[in-house]
Design a protein around this ligand. Structure first.
Ligand SMILES: Cc1ncc(COP(=O)(O)O)c(C=O)c1O
Length: 342
């Protein structure tokens, strides 16, 4: 039987509060409308959620894996898909090339090897990925122009540059984040001049409002739609819209246990939170809680349901097959998390 309320759900179960989600999408689209936002699918891995982002006016999308590109194209969501990541696997590049016959696919490159791999597969559009401070992918800014020349010699269209300032996302002070963004985007601007092309792509949820005076013409934010406790610390205007519903499976005088553990929660940003409780620790299938002082008198019994708020949304989504869309405790719909895998 189809569950109608969250109390009928087997747990752990992923919940998405539809009104909070819509509020987040509206807030972001008012700040970065249309193609000024290239929503990142890595944060939700769900074509139906991407389709809602499309309804808010965004037709271009960022992806982190070939699977995300292929799934988005198969679902017919988006008309310009960017793989903001380096890939050298020949089969996956061939699959992307096939997809690029139907929808525009652009891949990030940061070396001669990634350019040759893309060209050999028949891919035609690239962005030069520039390192703007995060110790991850990206060519050194001063070498970006050279790399673009090499790509053009392979008969590849260089659409511009991207430079993800991920090392700045979690700096507590907004002023310091802003200074860091300005510095990183100076590097990207120089690279953009050397590279040419029309796209200058960067940014994320933590820096969504710090790019008014930078060189970029599109923002790659993803987490803003669902949010997590890690980003909540920054006081951004986005509400928590995703929860992992758990059932209380054991109580003792001093603590209680809910059936949501680190196999249903991204834990790399720390413990989750639960309203009214302190989290003692998480194990594979469990989170142990103690009531906070304010809620010490609230009686919790075995069988009760609690909403656990993940500390990192992206890996949390990748652990679930389905998200239930809710309004309060009523289940409105369910969405498949269909872009999981690589
Ligand atoms: C290349 C790239 N762009 C943008 C983002 C921004 O994502 P978020 O909005 O979740 O910070 C990420 C996140 O990891 C990323 O890897």
């Amino acid at each position: 039987m189809q569950p109608h309320t969250t109390s009928q759900l087997a747990t752990p179960a992923l919940l998405v509060d539809l009104d909070a989600l819509n509020g987040n999408l509206r807030t972001m689209s008012l700040r970065h409308n249309g193609a000024k936002l290239r929503p990142h699918t890595k944060a939700h891995k769900c074509t139906q959620l991407a389709n809602l982002q499309l309804q808010y006016g965004h037709k271009t999308f960022t992806c982190a894996t070939p699977r995300e590109i292929i799934g988005m194209a198969a679902a017919g969501v988006g008309e310009d898909l960017l793989l903001a990541n380096e890939v050298v696997d020949r089969d996956r590049l061939n699959s992307l090339a096939k997809v690029s016959e139907k929808v525009r696919v652009t891949v990030a490159v940061d070396s001669n090897a990634t350019i040759i791999a893309a060209a050999s597969a028949g891919l035609r559009d690239v962005l030069i990925d520039v390192n703007v401070g995060l110790k991850r992918c990206g060519v050194a800014p001063q070498l970006a122009g050279q790399l673009a020349d090499f790509a053009r010699k392979q008969k590849i269209t260089v659409r511009g540059v991207m430079g993800y300032e991920g090392h700045l996302m979690m700096i507590d002070s907004r002023d310091k984040r802003k200074l860091g963004v300005a510095e990183s985007m100076r590097l990207l601007a120089q690279a953009a001049t050397d590279v040419g092309g029309e796209i200058i792509s960067a940014g994320g949820t933590g820096t969504f409002d710090l790019h008014d005076e930078t060189c970029i013409n599109e923002l790659q934010a993803g987490s803003y739609a669902l949010m997590d406790t890690h980003y909540a610390k920054l006081g951004l205007p986005f509400a928590q819209s995703c929860f992992v519903l758990g059932t209380v499976i054991s109580t003792s005088q001093d603590w209680l246990v809910v059936d949501v553990g680190l196999k249903s929660l991204g834990m790399d940003h720390g413990n989750p939170t639960v309203d009214g409780f302190e989290v003692l620790f998480c194990s594979d299938e469990h989170t142990t809680l103690v009531p906070s002082k304010e809620s010490a008198s609230t009686k919790v019994s075995v069988g009760d349901k609690l909403r656990v708020v993940p500390a990192h949304i992206d890996p949390t989504m990748a652990m679930h097959e389905l998200a239930y869309l809710v309004r309060g405790d009523e289940i409105i719909d369910s969405w498949s998390i269909d872009l999981r895998g690589w």
